[in-house]
Design a protein around this ligand. Structure first.
Ligand code: ZN
Length: 355
């Protein structure tokens, strides 16, 4: 997943996914007026996602970045299991921001200070015609997009939409995380089935895609909830190993590959336990250069897990960093290592025990 960094806001990195860039280029070619709408839409989506993230940060939930996809924004969080209250507040923050924005636009427009405030310009926009009044056009676009985005996210109680997450959070206060997700996922599927039918009968392609997207999202959510719940049954202490391979700082790529072959591992540390080289990184280097390339040049920095971290937090550290072996620290000292394979096996066993 290649994406480009746009900037950092409130300590959160905003990235543009390559498919989004492709989509925008496609739109510019197709119709300049549509690209203008989408540009405004992407700014609004970014602010919407940032609102979620700012609330998350307030509750010490770490948000590593926001990726803008053609279908909307996605916040990458380091923690997946949230307290119901936090999830509720985080979920409603995005749509609430949109309503606030729409309200301010409406208030400003209705004072008449601005040259034009023609909110019915929506018709002209959707026809793809460029209205004569550019300012009025922009204002009306800002109003309508905020209103639609807010309402769409808030009032469809289908997970993974914001309304669905808020709904799940309320259920989780009563029945706990997994049962709440099950009920929320079933509700989502009923809603998407209805949306799908409406889309078919009204030949609405966008609605059709949205319903499929929500359906798949609901499935992913239930899968994740079951995994997280299974993980609470894993005894992390049993998975911690004492040793891992660490090469000298001046080791070459050839040394790294030799160690990997000898010990049947896909990752070795170089110099210290903060830098690791993965087999996939090596495969990108020409074989002839293995002997004269330092392994440390390919190494990525590894964020370790703290001793006593929950299994789901550890799993998140594996996936967010895309590594196979994770050092475990107690204070500043490395006290052991966890292998991703072993954790995944433990999750499978725990899921089967859960039934
Ligand atoms: Zn949202």
């Amino acid at each position: 997943m290649k994406s480009w960094k746009i900037g950092k806001f409130f300590g959160i990195t905003l990235e543009l996914h390559w498919t989004t860039i492709l989509f925008l280029v496609f739109l510019v070619v197709l119709s300049p007026i549509y690209s203008y709408i989408f540009l405004i839409l992407f700014i609004i989506i970014s602010l919407h996602e940032l609102s979620h993230s700012v609330v998350a940060k307030h509750y010490n939930v770490k948000v590593s970045k926001i990726i803008l996809l053609p279908i909307g924004g996605m916040a990458v969080m380091q923690e997946e299991r949230l307290k119901p209250k936090v999830e509720f507040l985080m979920s409603i923050a995005g749509p609430l921001f949109n309503f606030l924005f729409a309200g301010v636009v409406l208030a400003v427009a209705s004072t008449g200070v601005l040259p034009v405030y023609n909110l019915s310009a929506w018709d002209a926009m959707t026809n793809g015609k460029i209205p004569l009044e550019f300012v009025g056009y922009t204002i009306s676009t800002l109003f309508w997009l905020n209103w639609i985005l807010g309402a769409f996210n808030m009032f469809i109680p289908a997970i993974p939409m914001d309304g669905g997450r808020a709904f799940r959070a309320i259920l989780a206060m009563i029945w706990g995380y997994v049962k709440a997700t099950r009920i929320a996922a079933i509700t989502s599927k009923i809603i998407t089935a209805l949306m799908f039918l409406i889309a078919i009968f009204s030949f609405n392609i966008i609605l059709l895609l949205v319903s499929v997207f929500i359906f798949l999202g609901a499935n992913a959510e239930i899968e994740q909830a079951v995994n997280i719940s299974a993980m609470t049954r894993i005894d992390m202490k049993k998975l911690i190993k004492r040793r891992s391979v660490k090469l000298k700082k001046n080791a070459t790529v050839l040394d790294a590959i030799a160690a990997m072959r000898r010990l049947n591992v896909t990752q070795v540390f170089v110099g210290d336990y903060k830098h690791a080289v993965m087999i996939d990184d090596i495969s990108r280097v020409n074989k002839n250069n293995w002997k004269n390339t330092l392994a440390i040049q390919l190494a990525k920095e590894v964020r370790p897990a703290r001793l006593g971290s929950r299994p789901d937090v550890i799993m998140q550290l594996f996936t967010s960093q895309d590594i196979d072996i994770l050092p475990v620290t107690n204070g500043k000292r490395v006290v052991g290592f966890v292998e991703r394979d072993n954790l995944e096996k433990a999750v499978r066993v725990a899921r089967t025990v859960m039934g």
